[in-house]
Design a protein around this ligand. Sequence first.
Ligand SMILES: [Zn+2]
Length: 91
Amino acid sequence: MLLIECPWCGPREETEFSCGGEAHIVRPPSPDTLADEEWGEYLFMRKNPRGAHLEQWVHAHGCRRWFNVRRDTVTYKITAVYKVGGSVPRQ
Ligand SMILES: [Zn+2]
């Protein structure tokens, strides 16, 4: 069982959390000016790296707050947890 460190509640079992996908996706400031291809890129295209990946998670069965993690997609090991709006901790 993977333990995830919620920034507010401390370590909890993975079953209490839901992954929201890649972190740091910024909505384009003027969506009306985008071509369909650019809008599709924003909506659907995500990184799928082998190794370190920045993801957003929510403590769905706890405090219900969102936060970010850096997780290795090969080992599942979480190497950093930080609040939304915070800077990415160094590796
Ligand atoms: Zn929590």
